[in-house]
Design a protein around this ligand. Structure first.
Ligand SMILES: Nc1ncnc2c1ncn2[C@@H]1O[C@H](COP(=O)(O)OP(=O)(O)OP(=O)(O)O)[C@@H](O)[C@H]1O
Ligand SMILES: [Mg+2]
Length: 220
C-alpha cells in the first residue's frame, strides 16, 4: 500500500521578477513502512518536496495524497490537525525548547493536542534512544547526538504514520551520524513507520530501501 501519492507536482516560487521552479513535475509514490532517502545537490528541491508532503506548501500544480487524504482539499485547521497526528518532523537544528527538560520536550507535541503519553510507549522510546538517564536534564546538558535523539523521540511520541527528517545528521561526525541514522531506522521499523529522510550523507542513504535523486526539481 502507498502512503504517499504525488501526481504531477509543481511548486514555483516568485523570487523578485524571477520564477524559481523548485519542483517541476514530480510523480512519486512511497510505500507504507519503507525507508526512503532523498538526495540531490543544494537547491534541487529536497526540502520543498518534504514540506509538500507535510502539507506546508500549497502546490502550484498537481496533487499530494497522504494516507489517502488529498491535502489540497483541507483547510488550514484540518492541515494543522493532520500534521500533528500523522506527521513526525525531525528538523536539522533540533528546535528543542531550552527551558524545558528532555521529558517535557519529548511530550510537547502531545501537550499541544491536549493528550498524554502512553506510558509504555514513552519508556520504550526513551530507552531505545538512550535517553532514560537524561529525562530531567535540560537540552544544553546533552551532547549534539543526544539532543538529536530527543528531537527524534519528540517526532515519534505522537505515533505518526510517517516520519519526515530534513538532514537529521547535518552537523555530526561520522560515528554520531551512523548512530542517529541507525536509531531512526530502528524506531521506524519497530513502530511500523514510514521514514522519509533528506540527506547528503551516503552512509545514511545506504540504510534506505530506496534512494530518490532530485535535480532541478525533477526526479532523476
Ligand atoms: N520560500 C521560497 N521562496 C523562494 N524560493 C525558494 C523558497 N524555498 C525554496 N526556494 C528555492 O527553490 C529551490 C529549491 O529549494 P529547496 O530548499 O527545496 O532545495 P534543497 O534541495 O532543500 O537545498 P539544500 O540542500 O540547500 O537544503 C531553490 O532554488 C530555492 O532557492
Ligand atoms: Mg533543504
Amino acid at each position: 500500500m502507498d502512503i504517499v501519492e504525488i501526481r504531477h507536482l509543481k511548486k514555483y516560487f516568485q523570487d523578485g521578477s524571477q520564477v524559481v521552479k523548485a519542483l517541476d513535475g514530480i510523480d512519486l509514490t512511497i510505500e507504507k513502512g519503507k525507508f526512503t532517502a532523498i538526495v540531490g545537490a543544494s537547491g534541487s528541491g529536497k526540502t520543498t518536496l518534504l514540506n509538500s508532503i507535510a502539507g506546508l506548501y500549497e502546490p502550484t500544480e498537481g496533487t499530494v495524497l497522504v494516507d489517502g487524504l488529498d491535502l489540497s482539499k483541507m483547510d488550514e485547521e484540518q492541515l494543522t490537525v493532520f500534521r500533528r497526528r500523522k506527521i513526525g518532523f525531525v528538523f536539522q537544528g533540533y528546535n528543542l525548547v531550552p527551558e524545558l527538560t528532555i521529558r517535557e520536550n519529548i511530550i510537547f507535541p502531545l501537550a499541544l493536542d491536549d493528550s498524554r503519553p502512553d506510558a509504555d510507549y514513552f519508556s520504550r522510546l526513551v530507552q531505545l534512544l538512550g535517553l532514560d538517564d537524561h529525562l530531567d536534564d535540560y537540552p544544553h546538558m546533552l551532547s549534539g547526538g543526544a539532543q538529536q535523539c530527543t528531537a527524534i523521540a519528540r517526532a515519534l511520541i505522537t505515533k505518526p504514520s510517517i516520519v519526515l527528517a530534513d538532514e537529521p545528521t547535518g552537523s555530526f561526525d561520522m560515528k554520531t551520524t551512523q548512530n542517529v541514522a541507525g536509531l531512526l531506522k530502528m524506531t521506524a521499523t519497530t513502530f511500523h513507520q514510514t521514514l522519509v529522510v533528506i540527506t547528503h550523507n551516503l552512509d545514511l542513504a545506504q540504510l534506505a530501501d530506496r534512494v530518490i535523486r532530485l535535480q532541478d526539481g525533477k526526479i532523476l
